[in-house]
Design a protein around this ligand. Structure first.
Ligand code: PSU
Ligand code: MN
Length: 311
């Protein structure tokens, strides 16, 4: 159990949770490490607005001076978005304690955000894409064994994560196999194919489907009622207008992965490096798609939280 003084809820978030109003958590790593300034602060602000427009209360999560902050002020978003490179830690379950002990700002990944959301009593969390099994983690001459902590967190922490699928830089089929083994439902909204982060389609079959938000809410509710105590991945394809073609995504990812290998990028730096490289290769088109899908996931997360609160 988390110590009381390690979890600081913004007054609006505390009020909403106390009165059973819908709340949606948002992460902070995509602000500090996932997107460049000023798009990172714009997307953080737009995501909060999208959640409000859906009728729910946003709660962006970060860690400061050893405490989880659940619900950030505009000045906090700005501080995270403008912090000099390297000054904000990227924390997952394994690195949370060190980040807390060090003090200052730490940005929470999907796994760390789920921990804080669950501790606060928040059931829905919206992000861009979850981490997963990196390509070459298991196969190839020198398996890296790089499997995101997001996956095991999903297996143990009952929070519904709305995303545009695992990031397309990952080994999506193996990520799905891993989640299946760990008992995590992967539900695709409104189509029979997995989305591919920047692209709507992937040619990979959806493990499970929900026709609409009501159907998704029934699954989230059943998962809790059955006492399964795991998270859920709810995959929501990037809006058509900002989507990149899936063939193009496959090509740019192949190039970015080859560049990462040549540059000897490993460990937690891998995901931010690849996202930045893809942004360069696509001359910003991946950023436009990333922003669009994040804000759309926030909107859908809001609708899901509203539906869950109504039941
Ligand atoms: N979604 C985005 N951009 C990001 C991330 C998610 O659109 O940068 C972050 C999330 O915080 C996720 C992390 O948990 O990338 C995965 O990092 P790793 O592969 O090192 O576990
Ligand atoms: Mn990793």
């Amino acid at each position: 159990m988390i110590a009381k003084d390690r979890l600081i809820l913004a007054p609006e978030v505390a009020d909403a949770l106390r009165s059973g109003q819908p709340v949606v958590a948002l992460e902070s790593t995509l602000i500090s490490h996932g997107l460049p300034y000023p798009q990172n602060v714009e997307v953080a602000t737009a995501s909060e607005q999208a959640i409000r427009a859906s009728g729910a209360v946003p709660a962006t999560v970060a860690m400061k001076d050893g405490r989880f902050l659940v619900g950030l002020a505009a000045a906090d978003l700005e501080a995270l978005g403008t912090a000099p490179k390297g000054s904000v830690r990227k924390v997952s379950r394994h690195s949370l304690a060190e980040g807390a002990a060090a003090g200052g700002w730490s940005a929470t990944t999907v796994s760390a955000t789920m921990i804080a959301a669950h501790a606060a009593g928040i059931r829905v969390f919206a992000t861009g894409g979850i981490g997963g099994v990196h390509r070459g983690a298991i196969d190839g001459a020198h398996p890296s064994f790089d499997i995101s902590a997001d996956l095991d967190e999903l297996a143990r922490t009952p929070v519904a994560v709305v995303c545009a699928g695992p990031k397309a830089i990952l080994d999506v089929p193996r990520t799905l196999e891993y989640l299946e083994t760990k008992g995590v439902p992967v539900v695709v909204l409104g189509q029979d194919e997995m989305p591919f982060f920047w692209a709507r389609r992937s040619m990979i079959k959806a493990p499970l489907q929900a026709a609409d938000i009501q159907a998704a809410a029934r699954i989230v509710e059943a998962q809790a009622a059955l006492g399964l105590d795991a998270g859920i991945v709810l995959c929501n394809p990037v809006p058509e207008a900002d989507a990149l073609p899936d063939d193009y995504v496959r090509a740019i990812v192949a190039q970015a992965l080859a560049d990462a290998e040549a540059a000897h990028i490993h460990g937690p730096a891998t995901t931010p490096w690849l996202l930045a490289r893809v942004a360069e290769i696509t001359e910003g088109r991946s950023i436009a798609a990333n922003i669009s899908l994040i804000v759309n996931n926030a909107r859908v997360g809001g609708l899901l939280a509203v539906e869950l609160a109504r039941r």
